[in-house]
Design a protein around this ligand. Sequence first.
Ligand code: GAR
Length: 222
Amino acid sequence: MAKKGARKRVAILISGRGSNMGALIKAAKLKNYPAQIVLVISNEPNAEGLKRARKAGVPTAIVDHRPHGKNREAFERALDTELARHKIELICLAGFMRLLTPWFVGRWNGSMLNIHPALLPAFKGLDTHARALAAGVKIHGATVHFVVPEMDSGPIIAQAALGVASNDTPVSLAARVIKLEHRIYALALKLVVQGRVRIVGGRCMIGKSAPVKSALVVPKDR
Ligand code: GAR
């Protein structure tokens, strides 16, 4: 059991580069941030993010999914053992590219967050930026949400949006969206650990969040 008033013990699960992980580690180092990143787990032994985490002084673990073959639950039990060993209270998925079973999701119900590079519920799944461009959307962005068994679904905690330019490419869009991701992940984690997010009827209610008056209109009428 964690001590009352202690900063929540968070694990970040990654599969790759780990830039969102880096943003969370950085935010958690700030004075008064209510969570601490105590573990980074990767299912990919060579994930770039592992080096980054070690450099930042965060303990890492590798839980490779391959030895478990198609047995997802066996892989997740190995994950869970590692999480328990480090007394983890909350999980942040940050570019963790494994589908999770209802068993694991149920175990961490309300205590597992994910970041997705699109304004959910639009563009679930992969290649979000290319698909957003193909659909011709004028506003795109990123979402942090609680994890539920259905992929890229679950109560939305925070979103950030930006305008799509006519000459945007998936690469240029990804470069702008990732900056938004880094901002909203740290914000969403903070709100959750501060107990300011209530899930009511599948929606997140955030205490004292005032309506945002400014509108993002795209394109600009010049
Ligand atoms: C991020 O853009 C994240 O939103 C996305 O993977 C990238 C990981 O980058 N996640 C998903 O698509 C999950 N559906 P990072 O390793 O640099 O944080």
